[in-house]
Design a protein around this ligand. Structure first.
Ligand SMILES: C[S@@+](CC[C@H](N)C(=O)[O-])C[C@H]1O[C@@H](n2cnc3c(N)ncnc32)[C@H](O)[C@@H]1O
Length: 245
């Protein structure tokens, strides 16, 4: 249904910057939090670009993604890691040192309609899975991706592929992306279509929800040297060590 074979291929080859350029900054955050080793659960792991960097830095990785095509690419790229096809809103999160979710994965409305309570459930599950001192590092897209009442159309091309995107944002903060891909297979170009909907979140809403489940929260506009695109924010949510227990 989403990130099918051709879009997964194009995302992997043409849109790898976000994951690859943010990985050094994320690894730095882990080290600053005394997480030098152990399990990272990567929610919305895509084609395993971040997973490969984490494994190179000596972490174990369990990656989850709703797209079978993405997981197929991830398994080939990082045979040392474990991957599972499934929704990050549903799968069981094993005990771990860190949880990551890179590239606005939490905004997607793939497996449910907009339901802000589902984020609280997710944050609870992550909090419970993390060891004391563990961190949850992720980023989200905020409202304002597109001026309301307007439609933005653009395209990106590479060798043997092109992707066309039409974007609209409504008053409720729902961003709709209509995506058309053309990929050369043999002599011809194959067309595929997908529609992605995302719920855009205000920073304050995410911060309050993280606080309400017990996290200490820090927000950033960058992962290390990598500045996030406009209207994107990264969060470090820490599960504090309770010195009284
Ligand atoms: C923009 S891509 C980012 C992929 C990867 N983290 C990266 O940085 O390259 C968003 C990913 O989130 C995944 N995704 C969206 N909603 C999901 C859900 N409910 N459960 C699991 N994966 C999801 C998509 O399939 C896609 O691979």
């Amino acid at each position: 249904m989403w990130y099918k074979e051709d879009l997964a291929f194009i995302h992997d080859i043409g849109f790898s910057d976000y994951a690859l350029k943010s990985a050094p900054g994320i690894i730095e955050i882990l080290k600053q939090n005394n997480i030098q080793e152990g399990l990272i659960v990567d929610l919305g792991c895509g084609s395993g670009l971040s997973a490969r960097e984490f494994v190179k830095a000596n972490y174990q990785v369990f990656g989850v993604d709703i797209s079978e095509a993405m997981i197929k690419l991830a398994r080939t790229r990082v045979p040392e890691a474990k991957f599972q096809v499934g929704s990050l809103f549903q799968i069981e999160i094993p005990p771990c040192h860190a949880v990551t979710s890179i590239g606005e994965c939490l905004n997607y409305l793939f497996d449910s309609n907009s339901d802000r309570e589902k984020l609280i459930h997710l944050f609870h599950r992550i909090y419970n899975a993390l060891i004391p001192g563990g961190v949850f590092i992720f980023d989200i897209a905020e409202p304002g991706q597109v001026t309301q009442e307007t439609t933005i159309k653009n395209f990106t091309e590479g060798k043997d592929w092109i992707v066309l995107v039409e974007k609209e944002e409504n008053r409720d903060g729902i961003l709709t992306r209509r995506i058309i891909t053309f990929r050369k297979v043999g002599e011809h170009y194959r067309r595929d279509d997908e529609v992605h909907r995302q719920q855009l979140y205000e920073i304050v809403e995410i911060t309050e929800k993280l606080n309400s489940v017990g996290f200490e929260v820090q927000i950033m506009q960058n992962y290390g040297q990598y500045n996030l695109p406009l209207k994107h924010t990264a969060f470090i949510a820490r599960k504090l060590i309770n010195l009284n227990s």
